[in-house]
Design a protein around this ligand. Structure first.
Ligand code: IPD
Length: 265
């Protein structure tokens, strides 16, 4: 098992490094929108597609039997029992605008459990990784989430979906949560929000409507740094709700979000 995890970690780190370098060093001058998905503001750039293509080719070369789920359409079963879950750019809108909070997110699952997670954020100069049972790291520095303050003194990250009706519901939850916490941040990258919980730069994070490629790697990184993660009503993190926080904060935040209806549109 350890040998497999080490191999998967090495493959994930190198794929993320290559995609990160392509994105960072070859960001086109007049980068525009190549296509839209669920709404006019849900954008894909030519660089999302190029990054997914690079990662898919790299994985096919070194792990040809594995399955793959990618945000921009890659989806294959594989026969090895390993599946990769890839977001070629998490934080596409930040990338489009030349902002810093975007990342390449690569996770490896076996038997449906994430065992390796890598989140590379070249514009921040950060590479985060975690291996199940072996801790979370920023480069060579071991990460630990922040000792929990009361929720009233917590800094909480969140994010919004791209569909207008969902945004209205999400804005209502924020309006009710904001007076009960220190403050709220919206970075524009779910993967980096989860890494920020791991690194103690946020006390907690929640979002409705994220996909496996947004949270798979970051959730493992948060958990391996000591954070608690979960979804609705004791269920695992899922598209209906993703919550990650320092243990004391999680215990207050998760039920409050449940009560505020953060999980529905
Ligand atoms: C998005 C980001 C954003 C979150 C959205 C995601 P993308 O991912 O993680 O922070 O609020 O829900 O869709 O589209 O940039 O890969």
């Amino acid at each position: 098992e350890t040998g497999l995890y080490t191999e998967l970690l090495d493959v994930a780190l190198e794929a993320a490094r290559r995609a990160g370098a392509l994105l960072h060093e070859e960001r086109p001058e007049g980068l525009g929108v190549a296509a839209t998905k669920t709404s006019p503001i849900d954008v894909v750039t030519e660089m999302d597609l190029a990054s997914e293509k690079l990662i898919t080719a790299y994985l096919a070369e070194f792990r040809p039997e594995d399955g793959l789920l990618g945000e921009e359409g890659a989806n294959s079963e594989g026969s090895s029992g390993v599946r990769w879950v890839v977001d070629p750019i998490d934080g596409t809108v930040n990338y489009l605008y030349g902002r810093q909070d975007w990342a390449v997110s690569i996770a490896a699952e076996t038997a449906g459990e994430t065992v390796v997670g890598v989140v590379a954020a070249p514009a921040r100069g950060h590479v985060y990784h975690a291996v199940r049972g072996a801790g979370a790291w920023l480069g060579g520095e071991r990460l630990r989430c922040r000792p929990a303050p009361p929720l009233a003194e917590s800094l909480i990250g969140t994010g919004f979906g791209y569909v207008r009706e969902r945004r209205e519901a999400q804005a209502e939850v924020v309006a009710r949560l904001l007076p009960q916490v220190r403050d709220i941040r919206r970075s524009g990258s779910a993967a980096l929000d989860l890494c920020d919980v791991a690194a103690g730069r946020l006390d907690g994070y929640y979002e409705r409507g994220t996909h496996a490629w947004d949270y798979a790697a970051g959730e493992l990184i948060a958990r391996e740094a000591g954070a608690l993660t979960g979804g609705r009503a004791g269920r695992p993190v899922g598209p209906d709700l993703a919550v990650a926080a320092s243990p004391g904060v999680f215990d207050e935040l998760q039920p409050l979000l449940e009560a505020l209806g953060a999980w529905h549109d």
